[in-house]
Design a binder for this molecule. Structure first.
Ligand code: NAD
Length: 559
């Protein structure tokens, strides 16, 4: 596809301040968040409109980007723009409280929903991979996943290491958009983290951004740093330029003691997992002979996944971090399941996160359209005042303020649950109304949320009632958010784990400070986490049933 034609002359950066280029703040918000996704400081491969997660794009190509921008600028307060896989395809007259943008990305009829078929359509310029928040314009750079990763490692610490990762070594791979959060998430839990990444510049970038503490010269140097930090009990992270499929077996061979092993390379798409070998040769191979590249990628994935299984056998806690490494290795012929069909090592959701989903919790976030970090710090203060008894949250905000850089529009991620989101959305709207923040605030969440995703190798792995692959829930979620008055709603295929492996939806709503907006925030921020409570109560999780009962979530037959 012709990505480069019509590329803007200046690199894109989200507009700051209170001057509107669109006719409503809602359309302006969508425009700024689209720009923010593509900001070269935020996006992974700016020239190709790739935001994160392998080939997750914000718009189909630069020409379609320009059309989306023009359409948003002309959009009337009672109109809705339709986006099909990164291309604006229609404008409808709806009404002021309807979404301004409705997005469907990467969806295929189920029997056709394979990576291979998708790639053909992509090549013809008919489709775009939207990942989760790339094509739905609510990516907030690496911070977006940081809290989830931090909480996941905190849960690992609670379950296996007496509540802290102090004195433990975690080995993982990938220093891209989302994976780059891993080292900081480990050190925030006081552990030591070794991350392997084949692209040297990515290692350097994460050191520059403050997500990674140091880059090692070579493997010996890396292990030396890890061992010393472990003995001294300090949280420290080190990046090693290399390939996980090469380095992990070396660690095993040396008998290096690993406490936790996971991985967040882009294994979900064989074109984005980097096979073993000289990095320049391998990248040339990808351009010249994609089929051979994919064959080699799959062979490396098998080796990599086998090493994770072997490390587990050697005593490490192993967990899959949502990139479908196990599923791909299985395709490559590796035995990744036991005799009962369960994966040999668990995914992070059934292992650690599902109880949070039962309470309607998930990666909720907000971004300051003003571009002013003070707005986020003002909201941080309001958050601590609104939930004074929540110690986890206070700890997160303290660590985030100290360690998380703002990249692109200032933003904050914060896992809030049913009841909390509505309450806090209204607090934010009030701050906007009173002028305590300098412009409207965008409120949204990742598609990896409690009630918005069906993904049998990840969010819905091992559901209690066996409903892992039931995709009605994310469809209902998108419809429910549209009916409740979100400002943009999206419905995607293939996020996280690759085409055909997941269905998921997203929503964003803009706190503009008006009383009408307060009503819509009340509805949307109840509906959306409510879907998580419905989903998990229906699947038989007692915690979700209890939450429904205590917080007045209406479930037919259970009232
Ligand atoms: P990304 O493409 O930005 O980064 C992936 C990184 O992995 C790249 O820097 C790449 O060079 C590196 N890599 C590729 N092959 C490697 C190998 N053999 N050894 C070591 N490193 C290798 O992608 P991302 O945004 O960081 O996402 C990574 C994966 O995590 C994707 O599969 C994505 O779908 C998934 N994901 C999971 C979650 C979650 O909550 N667990 C959330 C978002 C994304």
């Amino acid at each position: 596809p012709m990505y480069y034609e019509f590329k803007p002359e200046q690199p894109i950066k989200a507009q700051h301040g209170t001057t509107l280029r669109c006719k409503t703040w809602e359309a302006e918000a969508a425009l700024r968040m689209l720009e923010n996704n593509l900001d070269p400081a935020v996006s992974l491969v700016y020239d190709e409109l790739i935001v994160y997660g392998g080939a997750g794009r914000a718009a189909r190509n630069w020409k379609e980007y320009q059309t989306i921008v023009r359409t948003l600028k002309n959009l009337e307060p009672d109109e809705t723009m339709l986006v099909q896989s990164g291309k604006a395809v229609g404008v409808l007259r709806t009404w002021p409280h309807a979404p301004r943008v409705l997005i469907a990305n990467s969806n295929l009829v189920p029997a056709w929903s394979t990576q291979e078929y998708f790639d053909e359509l992509d090549k013809l310029g008919l489709m775009m991979y939207g990942q989760m928040t790339a094509g739905s314009w609510i990516y907030i750079a690496t911070q977006g996943i940081l809290q989830g990763t931090y909480e996941t490692f905190a849960a690992v610490a609670d379950k296996h290491f007496g509540g802290t990762l102090r004195g433990t070594i975690t080995v993982t791979a990938g220093l891209g958009g989302m994976s780059g959060a891993q080292p900081l998430a480990v050190t925030m839990n006081d552990g030591v983290c070794l991350v392997i990444e084949p692209i040297d510049e990515r290692v350097k970038q994460k050191v520059r951004e403050g997500y990674l503490d140091a880059q090692a010269r070579d493997l010996d140097h890396a292990l030396e740093i890890c061992q010393h930090s472990k003995e001294d009990g300090i949280g420290w992270s080190v990046g090693l330029t290399g390939n996980a499929a090469t380095v992990l077996p070396k660690l095993l061979k040396r008998g290096f003691k690993v406490d936790i092993v996971t991985d967040q390379t882009s294994a979900h798409d064989l074109m984005d997992y980097i096979p073993e070998g000289d990095i320049h040769e391998v990248l040339t191979l990808r351009a010249e002979n994609p089929e051979e590249f994919k064959r080699q990628a799959l062979a490396s994935i098998v080796k990599h996944c086998q090493a994770v299984i072997d490390m587990q056998a050697a005593g490490a806690v192993a967990l899959d971090y949502g990139n479908n490494l196990r599923g791909q290795a299985e395709k490559g012929g590796l035995q990744v399941r036991d005799e009962n069909g369960q994966f040999l090592y668990p995914g992070f959701v059934p292992g650690y996160i599902r109880p949070l989903f039962c309470e309607g919790k998930g990666p909720f976030r907000w971004a300051a359209l003003s571009g002013d970090p003070q707005d986020i710090l003002r909201i941080d203060r309001a958050l601590l005042e609104t939930f004074p008894d929540n110690k986890m949250l206070a700890r997160w905000i303290e660590k985030a303020q100290a360690k998380v850089p703002f990249i692109g529009l200032p933003a904050r991620v914060c896992w809030l649950g049913y009841g909390e989101r509505e309450k806090f959305g209204l607090v934010i709207n009030d701050l906007v109304a009173r002028g305590e923040v300098s412009a409207p605030i965008v409120i949204g969440r990742d598609h990896l949320d409690c009630g918005s995703v069906a993904s049998p190798n990840r969010e819905t792995e091992g559901m209690k009632d066996g409903s892992d692959a039931v995709a009605d829930w994310p469809l209902l979620n998108a419809l429910a958010n549209t009916a409740s008055g979100a400002d943009w709603v999206s419905l995607h295929n293939g996020g996280g784990v690759g085409i055909g492996n997941s269905t998921h939806s997203g929503m964003v709503i803009v706190a503009t400070g008006t009383p009408e907006k307060a009503e819509r925030l009340r509805r949307v921020l109840t509906t959306d986490p409510g879907m998580g409570v419905f989903r998990h109560a229906d699947a038989g999780y007692e915690l979700a049933q209890q939450v429904a009962e205590e917080r007045g979530v209406k479930i037919p037959g259970r009232e």
